[in-house]
Design a protein around this ligand. Sequence first.
Ligand code: G3H
Ligand code: 13P
Ligand code: ZN
Length: 284
Amino acid sequence: MPVVSTSELLQKANAGGYAVGAFNCNNMETIQAIIAAAEAECAPVIIQASQGAIKYAGLDYIAGLAKIAASKSKIPFALHLDHGTSFEQCIQCILAGFTSVMIDGSKLPLAENINLTNRVLRAAKAVGISVEAELGKIGGTEDDIVVNEREAFFTDPLEAKEFVQSTGVDFLAVAIGTAHGRYKGIPQLNFDLLKNIKALINIPIVLHGSSGVPDIAIREAISLGVSKVNIDTNIREAFAEAAKKVIHNKPEEIDLRKLLGPARDATIDLIREKIRLFGSSGKA
Ligand code: G3H
Ligand code: 13P
Ligand code: ZN
C-alpha cells in the first residue's frame, strides 16, 4: 500500500464526521507501532515528523523507514511534516516522499503568514502535495501564559476566512485552547470559537496539542469539524513508561529489544485507543 494523499484522507474524514489521527514518530519503533495499530483497527493514519524528530533521526531515515512501512502496510497512510519552519524544509520533505507539509507561519503577522503559505502552496500543488498552515498561536504548556493572555492568541474566525480565501490552503491548524506538551490542569476548549471558525471555512481543521484533552472534549471537537488530531505527548508517555517499567523490574536488563519491544507494544495499545476515540476505526 503506497503512501497516500493526506488531503484525500482528511476530505473523507471531514465528510464522514470522524478524524484521522496524526501520530508523531521519532524512530523505527514508533513508525512500526503507528502502522501496527492502524492495521489492527483498519484505520487511515498520518505519520508525522516534528522538528525534533528530524533533528534526532534525520529526514532521510524517517523517509526511508516510511517507505519500508508503505511497502509492507495493508492500510493507507500519509506522511506529513509537522510544524515546518521554512519553504526550504518543506521542499526537502516533498523530495523525500512526504505526502503533505505543514508550514507554520503562526508567529508571523497575518500578511507574512499568507505570503509564506502561498509560496509553499505554489510549489506543493505543482507536485500534488497538500499543505497545512497555522493561524493563531498554539504554544506549549511550559510557556508561562495566563489564561486570559492565551485567549489573545486564539484564532480569529474572520482572519481564518481571509487566510483560507487568500491561500486556498488544504487544512488549517487553529488555536482554540489546546497547547503542546503536558497540561498542568484540564484544558478548556472554546467550542463556540471552533463552531464560528468552521462556519466560515469549509476545509478540514487540525487540532494540535491533543494529548491530555479529555475524551469528551475530543469527541465534541470532532463533531464540530476537527478532521486531524495530533498526538505526540501521549505516545512519549506510553513508550517511556513501558521502557521504565522493564528497567525498574529488571535493572540488569541490557537487551535493547527487551526495553524497546514493550515500549512499542504499549504505543500500539495507546494508538489503537486514540483511533477508536477519533471514530476512524474501520475507515481504511
Ligand atoms: O508539535 C510539536 C511536537 O509535539 C514535539 O516537537 O519533537 O520537536 O519536540 P519536538
Ligand atoms: P501533543 O504533544 O500535545 O500531543 O501535541 C502534538 C502536536 O500538536 C504535534 O504537532
Ligand atoms: Zn503541533
